[in-house]
Design a protein around this ligand. Structure first.
Ligand SMILES: [Zn+2]
Length: 275
């Protein structure tokens, strides 16, 4: 929750701003303190062609199994991601406590917890996506060009370098901090992943907080599925009235909700990677 607050206190954090650079510096510092190596994956892209190219930066964290050398790039088999940008809103002050900061802060806590289990940590790739939010309107997940910019670039690099093949699955967290937590998985979630997540929730006594949305929607998991061909799920709570309003603030969140998502995800990881 402190990491969530440290993001929110920066203020609005749209792609390409100095505020997002500050958010990135805080994320990087927290990851390095927990023993993770951080790669800044930088690229240029024009989400709205007539407005020209913008600079985007995904942060990718890997944990070295052996402290005497740097983390290899072929040991990871699961991706866990969150977007860290917030939607640019010209008419309101939008700080994205739930939409952007909640999953980012929780992922930093997950990094610290995983660091206590180095063998498991070395099999996880943590990704903080830039450019999830559309500047004007989302295009198709495979092509954009607006929205899901960071995850589309990351997935394309995985595909083109052949790294995609090493990953068993991916989990994206988005809007996981609402005190009234109701996870609404998209209907098209790969069934093996929803079953595994629900089994973990059942084992931890929180199954009633997890269900399906009434339909499908795109998020940062979509390019992983469609471009990198890695089964990926979006753990998201879309039953959140303050979504994309100035009321998406810290007072709507609870640490208990972040903990629920963290524990369920860790349980699922231990089950899936323990096999
Ligand atoms: Zn959003």
């Amino acid at each position: 929750m402190k990491d969530v607050k440290r993001q929110v206190e920066i203020g609005p954090r749209p792609s390409g701003t100095a505020a997002l650079a500050e958010a990135r510096a805080r994320i990087t510092e927290s990851l390095r303190q927990a023993g993770w190596e951080v790669e800044a994956q930088e690229f240029e892209h024009a989400p709205v062609p007539k407005q020209g190219e913008m600079h985007f930066i995904n942060l990718i964290a890997r944990f070295p199994a052996d402290k005497s050398r740097s983390a290899s790039r072929d040991a990871q088999s699961v991706i866990i991601g969150s977007h860290y940008d917030t939607k640019r809103m010209d008419s309101i002050r939008f700080v994205g406590a739930n939409d952007g900061a909640s999953s980012t802060g929780a992922l930093l806590e997950l990094a610290r917890v995983l660091a206590k289990a180095p063998a498991l940590a070395s099999r996880i790739e943590l990704v903080f996506f830039d450019g999830e939010e559309a500047i004007v309107q989302f295009g198709p997940p495979e092509t954009g060009p607006d929205g899901l910019v960071g995850s589309r670039h990351y997935a394309t690099v995985l595909r083109d370098t052949g790294r995609a093949k090493q990953f068993k699955f991916g989990i994206v967290w988005d809007m996981i901090g609402d005190a009234d937590l109701t996870v609404t998985l998209p209907r098209d979630t790969p069934p093996a992943l929803s079953a595994s997540l629900f089994a973990a929730a059942e084992a931890l006594g929180v199954r009633r907080k997890f269900g399906f949305a009434s339909g499908d929607f795109s998020d940062d998991h979509s390019p992983l599925n469609l471009i990198a061909k890695i089964p990926a799920m979006d753990v998201i709570d879309f039953e959140y009235p303050p979504w994309h309003t100035s009321a998406d603030t810290m007072d709507k969140l609870s640490a208990a909700s972040l903990e629920t998502i963290g524990r369920v995800t860790l349980w699922m990881l231990a089950k899936e990677l323990g096999k």
